[in-house]
Design a binder for this molecule. Structure first.
Ligand code: FES
Length: 119
């Protein structure tokens, strides 16, 4: 692996798809914000924990390439089907991520989206 390795991110926003690349190891939340694609809502764009993994307002759903959760809070989110915390995710492979445009604060639980390591 070289430092120049990048991964493809497909960002789904309602019916729109944006495709971009990110360097290996980049933080998903930071990458989204830098691209002008906020994982937050109007309310939580101001009131959030700044990427510390505490507020759960930066949640996104994965359509493909979902990484294993590492942070305790993201482990709970993944286990119970809540949106994954984009601030706790390092981009280490190609991913398809859905921005949750209908959430008000945290986003709805979807039991069908639980992280399953063998899936
Ligand atoms: S920004 Fe607060 S949990 Fe991600």
């Amino acid at each position: 692996m070289t430092e120049a390795q990048t991964h493809e991110l497909r960002i789904l926003i309602d019916d729109e798809t944006r495709v971009m690349t990110a360097p290996h190891g980049a933080n998903l939340r930071r990458t989204l914000l830098d691209a002008g694609l906020s994982p937050y809502t109007r309310i939580t764009s101001t009131f959030n924990c700044g990427g510390r993994g505490l507020c759960a307002t930066c949640g996104v759903h994965f359509e493909a390439g979902e990484p294993a959760p590492e942070n305790w809070h993201d482990q709970l989110a993944a286990r119970f089907g809540y949106p994954r915390l984009s601030c706790q995710i390092a981009i280490r492979g190609d991913m398809t991520v859905r921005i949750l445009t209908e959430k008000v604060i945290w986003g709805a639980r979807d039991p069908n989206r639980r992280y399953r390591p063998d899936a």
